[in-house]
Write a new protein. Structure first.
Length: 484
């Protein structure tokens, strides 16, 4: 069963609230609403994140519905009236979705998706939307950090065995490919997403032969064009590399190249010794792959130390999020139709300023300099509110908390609206880009940001601001609520 296409894949309160809206005769077709998905803080203590999961979400929404078995289960709960159950039988998402391009570099507080539709349908899809975008954005971000730390070297995703369940493994492979991995060990991900599938050999292959040399020779005979010898089964320097060189020379006589893989021990020391021995044997083209619970910090240290590594195999740390196991995406109401049929901006108030939301239907603008480098993102009221940004314009931008902090800026480069319409009346507005196109966009977009935002330690904080009109709307709502 594909659980992500069952409309039961939602929090229970979404359904109890939906019935409440229904009983008040505020049905999906009668009461319009606008929700936004954004996140509150950067994962991994970093300076950026990568937006991922949009394609998966849009594909799943096309079939998001309640099956006959789902309806039977809901009836068994004795919580829902027959008329509401009848409505759910025919439920489909029929609203509109605006979203940032998948693979784009993103920042806290800015809407990544804007969902417009009936209050009920927008509420029911909340769980699916957050689950999909949060997890894939987390993994794409982690992978991008690893890829950049390697100097944009070759990264293999090896995480299937440690991922959180089958869907977690599949979604992680997709997101990791967007973030910069060149391929995956997950064969199903290769079939479903067209990701290149990669692999070497396990220690069990070598241990099943009488000796290491025979194991290497047998593998080279089977796969002469894609041979990578795992050399740490017994002793990397006294046995593994010696037998790999013997087998490798036979391959070289046939005009074939090969590689070796290290999966344990002191990676820097062993890789430098292995490189020396390969070069001395006249096998300078042989490549070195390393694995063993790597993350971006370890890889960056090895790269800066000059470890002669060509390819990095990363598993657990990449596909689980490691020390930051969740992306902080949330889903909040930004505008809702009142009893008189008018769309009214709304916001959440909180004693914690960072949890106070920005009201109204918004667009996100990315401001670039004349060289195309990203300078700041600005949240503004949507075009219908005449709050657009233009090249050559001079503006005052405010801190999202609507306090005194602000800056003046004249746009010398460009101001690009990031939110684009993806679904209209529940239907795709245009074909989805391929995964390779999304991956290429991610690699290109990260290049438009200064290196200070991308460093692992104490990254520079990128400016996310609000326009003056949005600030005024926010202050007015605060004053009205407080009665000042």
């Amino acid at each position: 069963m594909d659980v992500s296409r069952s409309a039961l894949f939602t929090d229970f309160y979404s359904l109890t609230m939906a019935q409440g809206y229904w009983k008040q005769k505020r049905q999906a077709a009668d009461r319009r609403a606008v929700f936004e998905m954004f996140y509150r803080k950067q994962p991994f203590g970093g300076g950026y994140a990568i937006f991922a999961g949009l394609g998966t979400l849009l594909e799943n929404l096309a079939d998001f519905s309640f099956s006959d078995d789902d309806i039977t289960y809901l009836k068994s709960l004795d919580m829902f009236e027959d008329s509401f159950i009848e409505y759910l039988k025919h439920f489909r998402f029929s609203g509109s979705i605006w979203a940032i391009d998948e693979g784009t570099v993103i920042f806290p507080q800015e809407p990544l998706l804007r969902i417009e539709g009936g209050l009920i349908e927008c509420q029911i899809i909340e769980g699916l939307l957050l689950n999909t975008i949060n997890f894939q954005s987390l993994i794409a971000t982690k992978t991008c950090r690893i890829w950049l730390a390697s100097g944009k070297s070759s990264i293999m995703e090896f995480g299937l065995r440690r991922a959180q369940g089958p869907d977690g493994a599949l979604s992680a492979s997709r997101a990791a490919y967007i973030g910069g991995a060149m391929g995956s060990s997950n064969t199903l991900a290769g079939k479903v997403f067209g990701i290149p599938v990669l692999g070497t050999m396990a220690h069990s292959w070598i241990m099943s032969f009488p000796d290491e040399e025979k194991a290497f020779d047998a593998y080279a005979e089977l796969y002469p064009d894609k041979t990578v010898f795992l050399i740490d089964t017994y002793d990397t320097l006294k046995s593994g590399i010696i037998n790999a060189i013997k087998a490798g020379k036979k391959l070289k006589e046939r005009g074939k190249n090969f590689g070796v893989r290290l999966d344990s021990g002191d990676i820097y020391y062993l890789s430098t010794q292995v490189r020396r021995l390969l070069d001395e044997a006249g096998l300078g083209d042989a490549r070195i792959t390393v694995s063993n619970d790597l993350d971006e910090t370890i890889i960056e240290t090895l790269v800066k130390s000059g470890a002669p590594v060509n390819t990095w195999g990363v598993g657990t740390q990449m596909v689980t999020g490691a020390n930051d196991a969740a992306f902080t995406g949330v889903y909040k109401l930004a505008a809702c139709e009142d009893d008189d049929g008018r769309m009214v901006s709304v916001m959440k108030f909180s004693d914690n300023p960072e949890k106070t939301t920005n009201p109204g239907v918004k667009q996100v603008w990315r401001i670039r300099d004349s060289q195309g480098e990203a300078l700041a993102d600005v949240l503004a009221l949507d075009a219908g509110e005449e709050d657009t940004l233009e090249q050559g314009g001079s503006y005052k931008f405010w801190h999202p908390s609507a306090d005194y902090r602000h800056f003046h800026h004249t746009i010398e480069g460009s101001a690009e609206p990031l939110l684009k319409k993806r679904l209209a009346s529940g239907e795709l507005c245009a074909p989805l880009p391929s995964l390779s196109e999304i991956r290429a966009h991610a690699a290109s977009d990260i290049e438009t940001f200064d290196s200070t935002y991308k460093r692992l330690l104490n990254p520079h904080v990128y400016k996310v601001s609000i326009s003056e009109k949005l600030r005024n709307l926010k202050l007015n709502l605060i004053r009205n609520y407080l009665g000042d």
